[in-house]
Design a protein around this ligand. Structure first.
Ligand code: NAI
Ligand code: MG
Length: 496
């Protein structure tokens, strides 16, 4: 059984893909399809079912039917199946990585392949946590036994975006299923193919209905899932705007939510950190090699005034040397933006920066109108110096390679500006003075602060946002326990 039918022979051939409901590969009830585009060449590469309310209802029913048996399966055995999915995925890593690169526009070497590898790590990590679903005993006296159980919630409705689609799918599937829940997951309309490939590998090992994967649009497929009365937990990654809709849907039926939303993360560079490795760190933190389409992008650079110009010169030189081009080319460092809408949104912010007289363009600008790069949604890394923290460019999540550099002299002022944001996802602090760096880390209002590095998340992190960046934690044992289980207390009178 396979979800994919190729129309034509090569990698770029149009694929017709189905979605997964109750262990079966199916079309949408209405029979309509959505096109998936390769953003590096602006051409359709696949059609997927246009799932709607009827399909959502069917998938939720399948997940609800699978729940009793799955929730009673010994946790270690559930974990073992998840670990086997990780092995299967590892065996098809390159295929998965190329699929991600093709549909997202993320460069294979710098982003898509690392995403596929981290997905294996995530599934393996959660596959090993079955034994950690432990309860406690409460010391109420010799004649009483009072204990807690960690029970699953039921059917989880998960909705994910397109920026790291397969990794984010695994980040929901791994902990939710290990904890004994079943799931209906809606893939993002812009990047469903890698997620369906992952679903295919999951389906080799899981009983039918434990994982159901739908494709469709946000309002037509995501909204009915969020509002389905049989869904007892919502887990969403995406924009803050849609996150609020999800939370409202959850409020109507008092079901728990996990939200991983946007960010506008600060990077604070102290004057002693005007060094090459910090320049490299800022590039990594800004996620330039994934077109900065990352919620943790360190997109507000607070640079001490004493090192402002030389640091930016070095940064500009290094960023300029990154190669923008075909995501499937091993030589490319930077690929394409996901779709036309995001591309024009990013260009709009660049245009706005170019009209600001105070802003100095360190590098970048609008994308070329001709030449090979004009064939895809290729944005050019752009850095605006002398920005102010109250500009729209410094307040809104651009989700594209546009970095604003803001000078500071007084440490307290730098921290005040860093915290002056409705977001609070990630932050980066750069200094050799570890006491000063850690004092800064402690007063920053963000869920994840890195000192002297700009890396991605690893399994085991308690990852999640402060303020409008979200609710709940992912990536970790605590995340699994808090997000995907509910505690029951049982108290027994031992004297009867
Ligand atoms: P989005 O939040 O609209 O889409 C994310 C997911 O939610 C997709 O699967 C989409 O189909 C679904 N969705 C959309 N509307 C929905 C609704 N009414 N009910 C239920 N589900 C719905 O994000 P979009 O439009 O792709 O990107 C817009 C902006 O969101 C980006 O520019 C960026 O600022 C932010 N974003 C943040 C991400 C993160 O990792 N936190 C990921 C993607 C986008
Ligand atoms: Mg949207």
């Amino acid at each position: 059984m396979t979800a994919v039918k190729r129309i034509g022979g090569d990698e770029a051939a149009l694929r017709q893909v189905q979605m997964l409901i109750g262990g079966k590969w199916v079309d949408s009830a209405c029979g309509e399809v959505l096109e998936v585009e390769d953003p590096a060449h602006r051409r359709p590469i696949a059609v997927v079912p246009r799932g709607r309310a009827e399909d959502v209802a069917r998938a939720v029913r399948a997940a609800a039917e699978a729940f009793p048996a799955w929730s009673r399966t010994i946790p270690r055995d559930r974990g073992r199946l998840i670990a086997r999915i990780a092995d299967a995925l590892e065996a098809r890593l390159e295929e998965l990585a190329r699929c991600i690169a093709l549909e997202t526009g993320n460069a294979l070497r710098t982003q898509a392949r690392p995403e596929a590898k981290t997905t294996v790590d995530i599934l393996r990590y959660f596959g090993g946590l079955g034994g950690e679903l432990k309860g406690e005993t409460i010391p109420l006296g010799e004649h009483v036994l009072s204990y807690t159980r960690r029970e699953p919630l039921g059917v989880v409705g998960a909705i994910i975006p397109w920026n790291a689609p397969v990794l984010l799918a695994a980040l929901k599937i791994g902990p939710a299923l290990c904890a004994g829940n079943t799931m209906v997951l809606k893939a993002a309309e812009d990047a469903p193919l890698g997620v369906l490939l992952l679903a295919e590998m999951c389906q080799e090992f899981l009983p039918p209905g434990v994982l159901n994967v739908l494709t469709g649009l946000g309002e037509e497929c995501g909204a009915p899932l969020a509002n389905d009365p049989a869904v007892s937990k919502l887990s969403f990654t995406g924009s803050t705007e849609v996150g609020k809709l999800i939370m409202r849907a959850a409020a109507d039926r008092i079901v728990p939510v996990s939200l991983e939303l946007g960010g506008k993360s600060p990077s604070i560079v102290f004057p002693d950190a005007n060094e090459d490795w910090v320049v490299d760190g800022i590039i990594a933190a800004m996620r330039f090699t994934r077109q900065s389409q990352s919620c943790t992008a360190g997109s507000r650079l607070f640079l001490h005034r004493d090192v402002f110009d030389p640091f930016l010169d070095a940064l500009g030189q290094k960023v300029k040397s990154l190669k923008i081009g075909d995501p499937l080319d091993e030589a490319s460092d930077i690929g394409a933006i996901i779709n036309e809408k995001q591309f024009s949104k990013v260009c709009g912010y660049v245009e706005e920066g170019l009209t600001r007289r105070e802003a100095r363009v360190v590098i970048g600008g609008l994308p070329p109108k001709e030449g090979p790069l004009s064939e895809g949604y290729y944005a050019i890394p752009t850095i605006f110096a002398n920005a102010a923290n109250d500009w729209r460019l410094a307040r809104e999540e651009i989700f594209g390679p546009v970095l604003v550099a803001i000078p500071w002299t007084d440490e307290a002022e730098a921290i005040r500006m860093a915290n002056d944001s409705h977001y609070g996802l990630a932050a980066y602090v750069w200094s050799h003075d570890i006491g000063r760096a850690l004092r800064t880390a402690h007063v920053i209002e963000a869920g994840w602060v890195q000192v002297n590095q700009g890396l991605g998340q690893s399994p085991g992190h308690s990852y999640g946002g402060y303020k409008e960046s979200g609710i709940g934690r992912e990536f970790s044992l605590e995340g699994m326990l808090e997000s995907y289980t509910q505690r029951k207390n049982v108290t027994v009178n031992l004297m009867r």
